[in-house]
Unconditional design. Structure first.
Length: 275
């Protein structure tokens, strides 16, 4: 057992225990993230189940708490400004690459509310999209609120200057610079509207439904946090078992070698002459 207490062995014990500790900590962190995700999902589901708010009433309030309003169901009535349409890059729908259409809705008091109308295929071209134009005249949009996405520290960004037609992130502060009126600081993600979109003749000839296509609202999931928790804890257990097995094998081999060395070696027979 002295082998286990040698300096080199003690150092290896510390290193292995440190690795196991890190793996367990990572597993516990993923477990904590799972609990946070469950609590967030429960909160957002409660907000979606609440009675819808009128965006016009919210817009009249000078202080908007976007964190508290995220995913709240809303309705808003106004007139679309199709010439101000923007397309968000990097979206997919049913396995097809495309973009999301954003068109501001003008309220009676002149406030503009950016509506995320849904997905359009990339081949429709630059905005405004004639084959996916919004209804003219007053429109009532029903949906839920999303927060503005600020420009990221790295990765694709919106150009800092110039007129935007295609955007990389829906940053309302940046978009509002080119809109012709005060802009509500949150996005309305469309679920349905009245009147509904009209299918363009070009789409009808191709057998396509009216565009933009509205995304189905999928239930909130818990992500991969539970599987990651099990992974990290399994790695910790396997590391510990492997290390213990290594030392058990090594000590048995050492005991076997010691046992072989205890027996005295056999000496050759001597002749009477001493030769």
């Amino acid at each position: 057992m002295r082998s286990l207490l040698r300096p080199a062995a003690l150092l290896s014990h510390v290193l292995v225990l440190a690795v196991v500790g890190v793996l367990v900590t990572l597993g516990q962190w993923q477990l904590q993230r799972l609990e946070e995700r469950r609590a967030q999902n429960e909160l957002l589901e409660e907000r979606l189940a609440a009675a819808p708010l009128d965006v016009a009433d919210l817009a009249a309030d000078s202080s908007i708490d976007d964190v508290a309003l995220e995913y709240r169901r809303v309705s808003v009535t106004g007139i679309y400004l199709p010439d101000e349409e923007l397309l968000l890059e990097g979206r997919s729908y049913q396995g097809q690459s495309g973009r999301d259409s954003f068109v501001p809705l003008e309220l009676d008091d002149g406030t503009l509310v950016l509506v995320r109308r849904g997905w359009v295929p990339r081949e429709l071209g630059p905005p405004p999209l004639a084959d996916a134009a919004p209804p003219s005249g007053p429109v009532t949009v029903r949906g839920y609120l999303e927060r503005s996405v600020p420009e990221p520290g790295f990765g694709p960004k919106n150009p800092p200057d110039g007129e935007l037609a295609v955007i990389q992130v829906p940053d309302i502060d940046r978009i509002a610079e080119q809109l012709p009126g005060p802009t509500f600081p949150m996005i309305v993600r469309l679920v349905d509207q009245d009147p509904p979109p009209v299918r363009a003749e070009a789409l009808a000839e191709r057998g396509l439904d009216a565009l933009p296509a509205v995304y189905e609202q999928v239930p909130f999931d818990e992500g991969s946090h539970l599987s990651y928790t099990l992974q990290w804890h399994s790695f910790a257990l396997l590391a510990l078992i492997a290390y213990v097995a290594y030392w058990v094998k090594r000590l048995r081999e050492a005991d076997g070698a010691t046992a072989d060395g205890v027996a005295p070696p056999s000496e050759p027979a001597r002749s009477p002459t001493g030769v």
